[in-house]
Design a protein around this ligand. Structure first.
Ligand SMILES: Nc1nc2c(c(=O)[nH]1)N[C@H]1C(S)=C(S)[C@@H](COP(=O)(O)O)O[C@H]1N2
Ligand SMILES: [Mo]
Length: 295
């Protein structure tokens, strides 16, 4: 794999939002400034499908299992820890984070590597705001995320049928990109347990398995962190996992997708898949990297 280009987190994090606005290309500016992006103009996936057709292996392996078996966490206060290569390690309650950063609505397309896609109105905040609060050290290059693995509420964690806790990771500049959000809701309601309540990642230019649910820990590291699917089946699931119609997955072609829209899941519409799931403004993050690999 082509090595990641050198990053300068100091540069990314020292910019104020106003500086960032001056520097971003017009397309990115549009996405950042308003919800009149192309995703906002597309029809939404019905809430009833987004909350019943799920992947959440802690609650079972069938698409219908999470909606049937997921129950809310019994934690009174959900705490996210941000540690590792940071000057200001944090244990912040989700309520504090919501108040501090403000919860906004983000309409974003979601593409699963299995070949289906949705368009979802998330509610959340920008992950970069939380990372900036923890003050990344100069040596930080990646962010590693860990899901809650609670045997008392998660049947597959109890039966140890899969390598839990679920882990994911991003390069720090990907994590700090304004398109990357921590979602706490969808359709203007709190997230449902099956969708990763109370807080999950949304990285709209990457395949859905990057959208780690029920996040408890974020650790900044110098080395690329281990991630669940990449460890489990590296020939099928990469670390980068950028949506790429030109590189087929070993089991599923990636040039087209079934969009689950208002017509419902019975009649998903077939449409071409776009590079970076249509979010071209992130292409610059991969300058110099070989994009003929999808992973
Ligand atoms: N903890 C955890 N996060 C997870 C998963 C999982 O099994 N466990 N599945 C991933 C996959 S493969 C996808 S496609 C999305 C599905 O999100 P949704 O069920 O909210 O549509 O969650 C991702 N996040
Ligand atoms: Mo997925």
């Amino acid at each position: 794999m082509t090595p990641a280009p050198p990053l300068t987190p100091e540069w990314v994090f020292n910019l104020s939002r106003r500086d960032l606005l001056k520097l971003l290309p017009i397309a990115a500016l549009g996405a950042l400034m308003s919800e009149t992006s192309f995703a906002a103009e597309e029809p939404l996936t019905p809430e009833s499908l987004m909350t019943t057709f799920n992947n959440y292996y802690e609650f079972g392996f069938r698409k219908s299992d999470p909606a049937r078996f997921a129950v809310p966490s019994s934690e009174e206060e959900w705490i996210i820890s941000v540690s590792g290569l940071v000057k200001n390690p944090l244990k912040i309650s989700l309520n504090d984070a919501k108040e501090r950063f403000g919860v906004r609505r983000f309409v974003r397309r979601m593409r699963c590597v299995e070949g289906w896609s949705m368009n979802i109105p998330w509610n959340g905040f920008v992950l970069g705001d939380l990372l900036r609060l923890a003050e990344p050290e100069n040596g930080a290059r990646y962010a590693a995320f860990t899901s809650q693995a609670d045997p008392s509420r998660m049947p597959e964690v109890r039966s140890k049928s899969f390598p839990f806790p679920y882990r994911e990771g991003l390069r720090l500049d990907e994590a700090a990109h304004p398109l990357t959000i921590l979602a706490v809701g969808a359709y203007d309601k709190d997230l449902q347990p099956q969708n990763g309540a109370p807080v999950r990642l949304v990285v709209p230019w990457k395949y859905g398995f990057k959208y780690i649910k029920a996040i408890t820990e974020i650790t900044l590291t110098a080395e690329q962190p281990k991630t669940t699917w990449n460890d489990y089946a590296p020939e099928e699931y990469g670390f980068y996992a950028n949506v790429n119609p030109n590189v087929p997955h070993p089991r599923w072609p990636q040039n087209e997708e079934n969009f689950i829209g208002p017509e419902g899941f019975e009649r998903p519409s077939r449409r071409p898949t776009l590079p970076f799931n249509g979010y071209d403004e992130v292409a610059g993050l991969y300058a110099g990297m070989d994009l003929s690999i999808w992973y």
